[in-house]
Ligand binder design. Structure first.
Ligand code: ZN
Length: 159
């Protein structure tokens, strides 16, 4: 288990040091959405370029802790090139992972967790599940995802 924790730490650190899809997109055509986590001071700006219900491009400008920034970086990889409804599934699954761990934090639910994660197939994003041991950090991890939800909502309003 210690090895897995180390691996997770490595993944988070790698995304923090080398954030994927960092930068800005021209608005319009891209949608811009900003999020802020007052508990930690994290700031995330999501630029979303959607064409024919597909996320053609996504870029992130962010500042803050390693959890929020690595979560943002992993999120861009998870949703870039997918259909909007696939991206919404990923968002739901990620937030469910955070909720699941929050609820079951004091119980031995390895089997249940493994089944859910297997079904979800969140890949590298599973590295972030360790943060639920630190409830204040959950808001760091979910900030980019909530900001993406807002961007998708704006996109839907435009149609
Ligand atoms: Zn934070």
């Amino acid at each position: 288990m210690a090895n897995l924790d180390d691996l997770y730490k490595e993944i988070i650190l790698d995304h923090y040091k080398n954030p994927r899809n960092k930068g800005e997109l021209e608005t319009p055509p891209a949608i811009k959405s900003q999020g802020y986590n007052p508990f930690c001071g994290d700031e995330v700006t999501v630029y979303l370029d959607v064409e024919d219900d597909i996320i053609k491009d996504i870029k992130i400008e962010s500042s803050g802790c390693s959890i929020s920034q690595s979560s943002a970086s992993m999120m861009t990889q998870a949703v870039k090139g997918s259909k909007i409804d696939e991206a919404e599934d990923k968002i739901y699954q990620f937030k469910a992972m955070m909720d699941l761990h929050e609820q079951n934090i004091d119980r031995d639910t390895d089997e249940e967790e493994n089944n859910l994660l297997k079904k979800n197939n969140l890949g590298e994003l599973e590295a972030l599940k360790g943060v639920v041991k630190f409830p204040t950090r959950i808001k760091c991890a979910t900030l980019p995802w909530n900001t993406l939800i807002e961007a998708i909502r704006q996109e839907n309003d435009n149609d």
